[in-house]
Ligand binder design. Structure first.
Ligand SMILES: *Cc1c(COP(=O)(O)O)cnc(C)c1O
Length: 364
């Protein structure tokens, strides 16, 4: 009998494992988790009721076409059902988009640092990752990204606002970029934090809504999720808006029955309770303003954030600050040697963070 192990694809070698945010240790000193950009509010009672009701049919497969959710989304966003696809979180959909467009020999462009799932899912596809550094201000360098396009480019991720820096690209630069991208290259606008954006529509430097941009651009796909603003991270449901060929490819490549009935029903209930949920988002945006302004007053350099987190570029002192936070009772998300992403959470959690930040600066 041979002792060799099953042959695995060579592209898997060296792929970094997705690093989830550290949990708040039960019984330990850490009380608050600010490491995964989760919504600190528990599910609305009405949403929870839908989930509990759906759990009564767990012996059945979910509706594979997600009919109820697709119809609700079509109404809410004013798009045809044929332009929609759902998936196991927007990460699941991003992976389907790669599967539908890119393989060995192809190139996928994204900014770096950006969402840590991009390098993982790109390498799994077999395509070559082309990482374009952020500007000095931690914003997407869209001109450099357009310059990086070759005849091998198949897909470009634009994370807007960007995880982990919170920065957003504005209308003029994004439209100029889209005008430069060849029409046979798919641009994926990952808008996981769209609901947290505060800019005035129509204002000169507003952060454009991808679902408006996609309408006149057949090579643009928009990713949205129920994980952040809608507080359903644990249920794994997101959706894409794209023109018919792309949306159809997504429905083809999706894992069959990937979105559970619990997730579908919770998502529909969340859209129907949107006023209340977006009110919570408004409170988090106020908390973000307080955290941002206090940090700046303390002397920190913080990039303008349009998401539910702030980014502190601490370089070599990243691990020290993460340790100080943990000791004080909040766990944050360090990127070794680079910086920390800190989610806006409960008021007490934000207070602990701010006190720790102030003390840390004084000791430098
Ligand atoms: C959190 C996040 C997502 C959403 O992931 P889900 O799979 O929908 O939970 C997508 N993109 C970015 C940039 C994110 O930060």
């Amino acid at each position: 009998m041979s002792e060799t192990s099953p042959k695995l694809r060579a592209v898997l070698d060296g792929i970094p494992t997705y690093k989830p945010g550290k949990p708040a240790a039960a019984g330990g000193p850490v009380a608050y988790k600010l490491s995964s950009n989760e919504n600190p509010y528990p599910p609305l009672p009405g949403v929870l009721e839908e989930v509990i009701a759906a759990a009564g049919s767990l012996n059945r497969y979910p509706d594979m076409a997600c009919t109820g959710l697709m119809n609700e989304l079509a109404d809410r966003f004013g798009v045809p059902v044929s332009h929609l696809a759902t998936g196991t979180g927007s990460v699941g959909i991003a992976q389907s988009l790669l599967q539908a467009t890119s393989g060995p020999g192809d190139e996928v462009i994204y900014a770096w640092r950006s969402f840590e799932a991009y390098p993982i899912i790109t390498r799994i596809s077999g395509a070559t990752a082309v990482e374009v550094p952020l500007t000095d201000g931690d914003v997407h360098d869209l001109d450099a990204m357009a310059d990086a396009i070759t005849e091998r480019t198949r897909l470009i991720f634009v994370c807007n606002p960007n995880n982990p820096t919170g920065t957003a690209v504005r209308r003029a630069e994004l439209e100029r970029f889209l005008d430069r991208v060849p029409s046979d290259v798919l641009v994926v606008l990952d808008e996981a934090y769209r609901e947290f954006v505060r800019s005035v529509p129509g204002e000169e430097d507003d952060v454009p809504d991808g679902i408006e941009l996609y309408r006149s651009r057949p090579n643009v796909a928009v990713l949205r999720t129920f994980s952040k603003a809608y507080g359903l991270a644990g249920l794994r449901v997101g959706f894409a808006v794209a023109h018919e060929p792309v949306a159809a490819a997504l429905r083809k490549t999706a894992v069959p029955f990937g979105v559970s009935q619990l997730a579908q029903d919770a998502a529909v209930a969340s859209l129907r309770a949107e006023d209340e949920l977006l009110g919570r988002v408004g409170s988090l945006v106020c908390a973000r303003k307080r955290v941002y302004e206090t940090l700046v007053k303390q002397g920190w350099t913080v990039p303008d954030t349009q998401a539910n987190f702030v980014w502190l570029r601490l370089g070599e002192r990243t691990a020290d600050f993460a340790a100080a936070c943990e000791k004080a009772g909040v766990v944050v998300r360090p990127f070794a040697g680079e910086g920390l992403r800190i989610t806006i959470g409960e008021a007490e959690a934000n207070d602990i963070l701010l006190h720790t930040a102030e003390a840390f600066l004084k000791e430098l």
